[in-house]
Design a protein around this ligand. Structure first.
Ligand code: COA
Length: 703
């Protein structure tokens, strides 16, 4: 466990101004030792006759980014952040916050409790609590509306969006934007302010009560319409802002406190917090002990199809130079069209200005000459999923790539170690598995085989992080790890769904049950979107165990030419302007005939049966991956499922869901749901496995 710094807060002095300096790397989170330190330093400065004003400042890259999220599951320790903010606000001497970096959550609440705010030009401010299923709980819901008005306050709290220093000054969140040196200018400012100015006494925004009340009511209706009547934290935020308008601040703070407590103990918030830490834990690769990521300035991508172009866009968006290699002129032109169309769409939607779009494209070099990859620090092969094709290409890449370059294959199923061998430089070669659409999907799996060097792995990780992706390590070894984590789980998910389809459920019933659970799309909608032919081609190549149950429905559909959205027909029909499609009656008829042919008497599945069977199949596949050492931690599986496959983030992930379910329930559901399908659950004793992994994980975290 990380040790808290011994002195996370120091009291400094410049003339008659005292500086309370927070120093709690990396992000100055406001854990209990910091809160105690601030309170002590503040009290000392208040007691000192030679101090006329007090600045709260922070060392390092940022003003506090919030409360310490890890403390939310612990017993409360005083002073709470709310108590600290009250102490700051009631100070008898002027208190000025000097803000740099990102003042988020509790950090901004602390700044708002100060009497004045000075910020660096590059600073940003926001209240992102909603993204963790909570609300500002240290007075933020009461002080922000007093400073900037209830409507803007609701905008900030209901989106979690950050505002720049310039905007903050415009809307009244900060009093001064420093021109150059924040600390120096804050001290000068402090010597000009004469007396405290408690935020709770700001009245201007509370006076137009009637107009604001109508605006708040309208916002409540909008939240309910968009998120449903049970959207806990968003509705509580609206209630708290309403309280700010109607009640004295002391009462408003009490309303906020009880709303915060209800949210922080909710399953939704626990899930969102788990997802936050899972993403960060996944990026901790064991190779970090041996190597640091090398800088990637230029990336070469071979293959400008949907995947290659998507990776190119993601890299361009992050400011990298890209060399995109296609086979011939036709390939070059279609890649250019695809990337151009993306930029046109982004410009049309107002996400980019024309100038930004044009500037990004100047960093793109499109060519059909493989020898131009020689300047790239990383070369990614993203051609069709065919072993011969990839192996030959990788051998050529190894010839032209510079000796320090890392070589990556975007394979999702092929034998990674054999592909690495084909380069003749296996130590430089790793897997980098992006998910379509690569410019938007946040997940990247880093496939690590036993001969890969720590340097190659870390450089690939650094690249994925530079693209803003959540990177998860998949260890491919001893025949384990085909399909890495994501596709192995997806296969189990699809298999569980297909068995229910064959036994009596319909595609739309299964999709509906999974959407109801929280997935944006059900498995058959995803199949239609991806194109049934892709998975079909893979199945044809894959050896099949004669003992495993096999469902031929999807194969029969491909043989009929029903490929999903691309052919207008799949599990759904996509004509007549139905974007989501309407169930394809021919498929239902075909399934009925198929059952009759196999002698299957259809039975009914409740939505709960569907959901549980699929979730248990996912969890079981996850447990197996942990047992095989492909995934390092249960939370890595959660990160993959949330980012790559749309598992509802507010549930944290499937492994968190399994952990939250008592083993006896899992056991009884397993035996009730699928006693006849051992292949569905596999031989992995899921419960023992989970218990073991939980213990391992707990041990890791207490070292
Ligand atoms: N409490 C505890 N730990 C926090 C934290 C918080 N509020 N915010 C960040 N951290 C930790 C991260 O877990 C990470 O720890 P690790 O190095 O052990 O993995 C470390 O600080 C750095 O964070 P990271 O997210 O990797 O850095 P970044 O530069 O990419 O992003 C932030 C920085 C602040 C934008 C991002 O961490 C963030 O959004 N934090 C949450 C902010 C928030 O929601 N505040 C409101 C809570 S009240």
């Amino acid at each position: 466990m990380k040790q808290a710094p011994k002195h996370p807060v120091r009291l400094e002095r410049q003339g008659n101004v005292a500086l309370v300096v927070i120093d709690n790397p990396p992000v100055n989170a406001l854990g209990v030792s910091v809160r105690l330190g601030i309170a002590a330093a503040l009290n000392a400065a208040l007691a000192d006759d030679k101090t006329d004003a007090i600045i709260i400042a922070a060392n390092g890259r940022t003003f506090p980014v919030g409360a310490d999220i890890r403390e939310f599951d612990m017993a409360p320790q005083e002073p709470s952040l709310g108590q600290l903010c009250s102490l700051v606000e009631s100070a008898r001497k002027p208190v000025i916050a000097a803000i740099q970096g990102t003042a988020l959550g509790g950090g901004l609440e602390l700044a708002m409790a100060a009497h004045y705010r000075v910020s660096a030009k590059t600073a940003r401010m926001g209240l992102p609590e909603l993204l963790l299923g909570i609300l500002p709980g240290a007075g933020g819901t009461q002080r922000l509306p007093r400073l900037i008005g209830p409507e803007l306050a609701l905008d900030m709290m209901l989106t979690g969006n950050q505002v720049s220093a310039e905007i903050a000054a415009e809307i009244g969140l900060v009093d001064l934007v420093a021109e150059d040196d924040l600390r120096v200018e804050a001290v000068t400012y402090a010597s000009t302010v004469k007396k405290p100015r408690p935020t709770s006494e700001h009245r201007a925004h509370l006076l137009d009560g009637a107009g604001y009340m109508a605006a708040v009511a309208a916002r409540r209706a909008r939240v309910k319409a968009e998120l449903g009547a049970n959207a806990l934290a968003p509705l509580k935020i609206v209630n708290c802002v309403e309280s700010a308008l109607l009640l004295p601040i002391e009462t408003g703070l009490q309303v906020e406190r009880s709303a915060f407590e209800e949210c922080v103990t909710s399953r939704e918030s626990k899930g969102l917090r788990h997802a936050f830490f899972a993403e960060r834990a996944a990026a901790k690769f064991p190779e970090a002990a041996e190597a640091k990521p090398a800088q990637v300035e230029r990336v070469a991508i071979i293959g400008g199809g949907l995947m290659g172009s998507g990776i190119a866009i993601a890299a361009l968006q992050s400011g990298l130079a890209v060399t995109l290699v296609e086979l011939d002129e036709h390939g070059v032109n279609s890649a250019l069209e695809r990337i151009g169309a993306h930029y046109e769409r982004s410009i049309a939607k107002g996400r980019l200005s024309e100038a930004q779009g044009a500037a990004a494209l100047t960093h793109l070099q499109l060519t059909n000459k493989l020898d131009l990859i020689g300047e790239a620090d990383l070369v990614i092969e993203a051609v069709a999923e065919n072993f011969e094709l990839k192996a030959n290409l990788l051998a050529d890449i190894a010839v032209f790539a510079k000796s320090e370059a890392v070589i990556a294959t975007n394979t999702s199923y092929l034998d990674l170690a054999a592909l690495a061998e084909a380069t003749g430089r296996p130590e430089d070669t790793i897997g980098l598995h992006f998910f379509a659409p690569a410019q938007a999907n946040k997940l990247v799996e880093v496939g690590v085989h036993d001969d890969a060097s720590a340097q190659a792995v870390m450089t690939a990780l650094g690249f994925a992080r530079a693209l803003g992706k959540t990177a998860v390590r998949a260890h491919v070894h001893n025949g384990f790890g085909e399909g890495y984590i994501g596709n192995s789980i997806l296969e189990a998910y699809r298999h569980a769904a297909d068995i229910m389809l064959e036994d009596g459920a319909t595609p739309s019933q299964i999709d509906g049950a999974m959407r109801e659970f929280g997935f944006r799309l059900g498995p058959y909608q995803i199949a239609d979107m991806s194109g049934l032919d892709i998975a079909y081609a893979r199945r044809q190549l894959k050896p099949r165990s004669p003992d495993a149950r096999y469902v031929e429905i999807a194969d029969k559909m491909v043989e009929q030419g029903w490929l999903g959205q691309k052919s207008g027909r799949g599990y759904y029909i996509y004509t007549g302007g139905h974007h989501m499609g309407v169930p394809n009656g021919d498929v239902l008829k075909m399934i009925a005939e198929h059952r009759a042919h196999k002698g299957i008497v259809p039975r009914k599945f409740s939505d709960r049966d569907i959901r549980d069977r699929i979730l248990l199949a996912i969890v079981n596949a996850g447990a197996r991956l942990l047992g095989e050492g492909v995934a390092a931690r249960p939370s890595d599986i959660d990160a993959v499922m949330v980012h790559g496959f749309g598992y509802p983030r507010s549930r944290g992930g499937p492994m968190m869901d399994a952990d939250a379910t008592t083993p006896s329930i899992i056991a009884s559901r397993l035996s009730v749901l699928a006693p006849e399908d051992p292949s569905l659950w596999g031989a992995a004793p899921v419960l023992t496995m989970l218990a073991n992994e939980r213990q391992k994980f707990a041990d890791l975290n207490t070292v």
